[in-house]
Design a protein around this ligand. Structure first.
Ligand code: 5GP
Length: 182
């Protein structure tokens, strides 16, 4: 695991190691398994960022479950564009199912809020949130997130599914932008 990486000319330094991440995901999976015993469960990952987390999380949940994905985006480069675009054509069937919305990171919470509305309209029995990372300083809503891997400061991170202009998603750890790179 590298201590530092450069993507599109910007430098990032190690923030969370592979070991820390995988331990945390294991315990999130165990908590979810306890809470959703005997329930019709579907985990829905937000593309593209949540795919890496989703694939590890489902293998840490020892329950029968379905998976799905949905496309939504609000970021261009390192800044949130403010507008959330949900691709409604990509929605899985969720009527009467317990949905866990799986995010790589919850920042302002706008993506999440928009997706929760969409799933409610589609007849989900319940909606919970599982996110690997959360930036509480940037969060604009006041409801609790059900399963949070790590709370992190309001700085741009890449790796483990998270990109910087589409690169860096395959890094096995999480890296934070260096102070003077803003
Ligand atoms: P929100 O709608 O909560 O502001 O933003 C959620 C989405 O913004 C995430 O799914 C992710 O794609 C992107 N995002 C937010 N913060 C970061 C960050 O620090 N790094 C990267 N790579 N993406 C981020």
């Amino acid at each position: 695991m590298k201590n530092e990486v450069t993507i599109h000319g910007k430098r990032f330094e190690i923030y969370l190691s592979q070991e820390e991440i995988s331990k945390r995901i294991q315990s999130m999976g165990e908590a979810i398994a306890k809470d959703f015993l005997n329930k019709n469960l579907i985990l829905i990952g937000v593309l593209n960022g949540a795919t890496v987390f989703l694939s590890d999380l489902i293998r840490a949940i020892d329950l029968p479950l379905e998976i799905g994905t949905i496309r939504a985006s609000s970021y261009i480069g390192v800044k949130s564009s403010g507008n959330v675009v949900v691709d409604r054509k990509s929605l899985p069937e969720i009527r009467d199912k317990h949905v866990i919305l799986v995010e790589d990171i919850v920042d302002t919470g706008r993506t999440l809020d928009e997706l929760q509305k969409v799933f409610m309209q589609m007849g989900a029995k319940s909606i919970a949130i599982a996110t690997l990372l959360h930036k509480p300083e940037a969060f604009e809503f006041n409801y609790p997130l059900n399963y949070v891997g790590f709370e992190i400061p309001n700085k741009f991170v890449v790796g483990f599914g998270l990109d910087y202009d589409e690169l860096g998603r395959n890094l096995p750890a999480i890296y934070q932008i260096r102070e003077h790179e803003y």
